[in-house]
Design a binder for this molecule. Sequence first.
Ligand code: NAD
Length: 354
Amino acid sequence: MKKKIAVVAGDGIGPEIVAEALKVLSAVGEKFGHEFEVEHVLAGGCAIDATGECLPQSTLDTCKAADAVLLGAVGGPKWDTLPGAKRPEKALLGLRAGLGLFCNLRPATVWAPLKDASPLKPEIIGEGLDVLVVRELTGGIYFGDHIRSEDGQSAKDIMAYSVPEIERIARMAFDAARKRNKKVTSVDKANVLETSRLWRETVTRIAAEYPDVELNHFYVDNAAMQLVRDPKQLDVVLTENMFGDILSDEASQITGSIGMLPSASLREDGFGMYEPIHGSAPDIAGKDIANPLATILSIAMMLRYTFGLLEEASAIENAVAKVLNGPLRTGDIATDGTTIVGTKAMGDAVLAAL
Ligand code: NAD
């Protein structure tokens, strides 16, 4: 397979963690006989410095022409005084909108050797945890009209969803479930909201196309509770934009390791942008101490969800598991008795395990 990947290393630790992820991508290419051509482009603070814009048109064009995008992180104190619309983080919204990415996949995985980092009790985590939150990203209340009355004394935000919007995100969730444990939990507030009743009806209808995948429904308040009470019952959690925003953050916190969590934003044709969920960590940038595993695991997601290379994706995840079963840790996930290594050494350890 020959594929082109646009790479936005970005700011802060972005370039350091992306370099390690690209080493792993190239090794997977060699091992399995694929050619991954990489083109680096600017977005975020470094793009502001070089061009005056956080998302130059040429960056968007290169990303559009690529088969997938890998992003490190953007932003940092140097650009914090810029007005909202000119800040580096605006590039993320521009990329998501410009590339038509409506589906956000956020796995919350507790790796067995890191389970002590979870704030939940060991018996709740068991031997590890693996939940995938599938969040609709371009509809719902964040994208409806936001209205303030003329006298300023009342306000409303419009929450709207259409059947095609729900159908396409539901199919993404069922497709993802087929590559995992074949269970979807759809989250809504159908006891109160009309959009949620439409959501539930539509998801239930789409489920008939996937007889091999089990479907159940939770109200969002119950879902928030079940995530900390008994997260092992969940595999794929499908939900709309605002509920997904909140639940995916809750899910990431139960892992306790922000440096370990990858994410994907996808389009219907499988094209996607892959990135760690953490930011540019300016406090540790340039010191070779950032954890590159979230970015390396983002490459695994890219192989699985955009390129359909399941064996190759598992090879990366198994290599990460093998490293974590040994003593090496970056500082953020180190515990007593482990050996602290830097960003590059952690990347090399994954390469060796591959
Ligand atoms: P952050 O995720 O960058 O950092 C939070 C804490 O986690 C810091 O102590 C940091 O050192 C640590 N951390 C993060 N990633 C790590 C890693 N891989 N290894 C080890 N430790 C890690 O969040 P923040 O400090 O709130 O934001 C810093 C900047 O990043 C801001 O400018 C923010 O706007 C931006 N940001 C960007 C993205 C993105 O590009 N997707 C996401 C969130 C924040």
